[in-house]
Design a protein around this ligand. Structure first.
Ligand code: PGA
Length: 253
């Protein structure tokens, strides 16, 4: 049985005051049962602060990005996976579409970043998803398959492979207010699970595939009950404690 994961991607938002206020509100408003997993991904400078605030709580901290370089060295501006581990990060997002588009991250870099994360014991949340032009050209599954292949290639080297998370985030649904429909989401999630199964059937059963792209309380119930949807990666709505916890409540029932 896969536990649902409700993850907040705060992107480049916040300050210490906002982090503290938001986390205290989330802790107050979240359901008290422990049937699902909770994660917040603040900007790097606030990771330690947030991890300390969340110590002993059911919410884990994750990063939004990680360096592909593993060993310490002359890599100005980079943050290694072992540094993330050192400040109690359980997960790191890898290959978010904003990083692919704005910072030209390639599938190969996404693979190296995922490997670096695995090696440090930080689980990668690998984002995949097509642009609107790719969907309209009927290329959704080709794109997702290509993005996924780099991760699947790591399976032989990573004993914790099935603890990674895949986030299906259609680029056209991110931050637009227009989420993919339940049929579109289930279709792609099922295809992703089948692709994993071709490599490793046990991992396909265990690995969580979460959906991201304009998830909010009004559409979460329908999306989170789909058989191959194991949670959500939430941007905008994760900055509002009430909306974030409401989405979690919808899947803990
Ligand atoms: P959104 O962002 O919920 O604001 O669409 C999702 C994401 O980018 O992870």
């Amino acid at each position: 049985m896969r536990r649902k994961l409700i993850a907040g991607n705060w992107k480049m938002h916040g300050c210490q005051e906002l982090c503290k206020g938001l986390l205290l509100d989330i802790l107050k408003e979240m359901p008290k049962d422990d049937s699902i997993d909770w994660l917040v991904c603040p900007p790097d400078p606030y990771l330690l602060f947030c991890a300390q605030l969340l110590d002993g709580s059911p919410i884990k901290c994750g990063a939004q990005n990680v360096s592909e370089y593993i060993e310490p060295g002359a890599f100005t501006g980079e943050v290694s996976a072992s540094m993330l581990k050192d400040v109690d990060c359980a997960f790191t997002i890898v290959g978010h579409s904003e990083r692919r588009t704005l910072f030209f991250e390639t599938n190969e870099q996404v693979a190296r970043k995922s490997l670096a994360a695995f090696k440090a014991g930080v689980m990668p949340i690998v984002c995949v998803g097509e642009t609107l032009a790719e969907r309209e050209a009927g290329l959704t599954l080709n794109v997702v398959k290509e993005q996924l292949e780099v991760l699947l290639a790591l399976e032989d080297n990573c004993p914790e492979f099935s603890r990674a998370v895949i986030a299906y985030e259609p680029v056209w649904a991110i931050g637009t207010g227009q989420s993919a429909t339940a049929d579109q989401v289930q279709f792609v999630h099922h295809a992703i699970r089948s692709l994993i199964a071709e490599k490793n059937t046990r991992a396909a059963q265990e690995m969580r595939i979460i959906y991201g792209g304009s998830v909010k309380p009004s559409n979460a119930a329908e999306l989170l009950k789909l058989p191959d949807v194991d949670g959500a990666l939430i941007g905008g709505a994760s900055l509002q404690a009430e909306q974030f916890t409401e989405i979690g409540k919808l899947c803990s029932n």
